[in-house]
Design a protein around this ligand. Structure first.
Ligand code: IPD
Ligand code: CA
Ligand code: CA
Length: 250
């Protein structure tokens, strides 16, 4: 199954890369959440492959597809995570596919086609970048930590986001806002970022990345320290030592 997911993520990723800079036919879900013909075509490729191979499985995919079959397997598909970057020609985006079994992370794959970086994980078997084992960082103090975050598309009630941002900024080495939550989580898994937090994410943004961070030895919770509810979308991911201090700042 992991080989199958890697294969479809690579195919969809190649399609994203080949279409970068072409006419994208941008439309909007709400005022500023964009979608392009490439998001939709990438999703069609991925979902076509999954439903041919595993027709009985549940599937939740970003571009308007929720298929609940009662299967113990659920696929979470983001056919292009980082659409705003993609539209602006910034090469930080990926395909993100997570497979959950009985509600728990089972397999995760994120593929960044421009960087040619493929992150993968399998429950109990570790996390990998292009086939080499990865682990979260060993940082202990927040002042040594590079922390990633993101901001919601909606523009109302930003106070919570901004005050969390100010609290972390005052204590960390630095903050980055890269524009792909899935790749932010993968960067925590490889130890490049020491931590990541963001509010209001969707299941397809985080399902694969969360699986990969956990298999890399990281801790992923909501802002209250409880297990992430995929539908509530508040995520704090970090190595073990930093998680507690960041949790207090959330
Ligand atoms: C977005 C990206 C971004 C995050 C947004 C997501 P999309 O996903 O992951 O980094 O800040 O909250 O919605 O729309 O590019 O698939
Ligand atoms: Ca996304
Ligand atoms: Ca997307």
């Amino acid at each position: 199954m992991l080989d199958f997911i890697i294969h479809i993520a690579r195919d969809a990723g190649r399609y994203l890369k080949d279409n970068l800079g072409t006419d994208l036919d941008v439309s909007f879900k709400g005022r500023i959440n964009p979608v392009t013909r490439v998001d939709k075509a990438s999703q069609d490729m991925i979902i076509g492959a999954i439903s041919r191979e595993f027709p009985g499985h549940s599937v939740i995919a970003e571009e308007g597809l929720t298929q609940e079959t009662g299967s113990e397997y659920t696929w979470y598909v983001d056919p292009l995570d980082g659409t705003v970057n993609y539209i602006h020609g910034i090469p930080f985006f990926c395909v993100s596919i997570g497979l959950y079994k009985k509600g728990e992370p089972y397999l995760g794959v994120c593929y960044s086609p421009v960087l040619d970086e493929l992150y993968s994980s399998e429950h109990g078997k570790g996390a990998f970048l292009n086939g080499r084992r990865i682990r979260v960082s060993p940082a202990v103090h927040l002042i040594d930590a590079l922390v990633a975050t993101g901001f919601p598309y909606r523009k109302d009630s930003l106070e919570g986001s901004l005050s969390r941002f100010a609290r972390v900024l005052a204590r960390a080495q630095g903050i980055r806002r890269m524009g792909s939550a899935a790749l932010d989580l993968c960067a925590v898994a490889r130890g490049s970022f020491d931590a990541f937090w963001e509010e209001g994410l969707s299941p397809w943004d985080i399902a694969a990345g969360m699986a990969i961070v956990r298999e890399a030895g990281g801790v992923v919770t909501g802002f209250d320290g409880a297990a992430v509810d995929l539908s509530s979308g508040n995520v704090l991911a970090a190595n073990g030592p930093l998680h507690g201090e960041l949790l207090r700042l959330m």
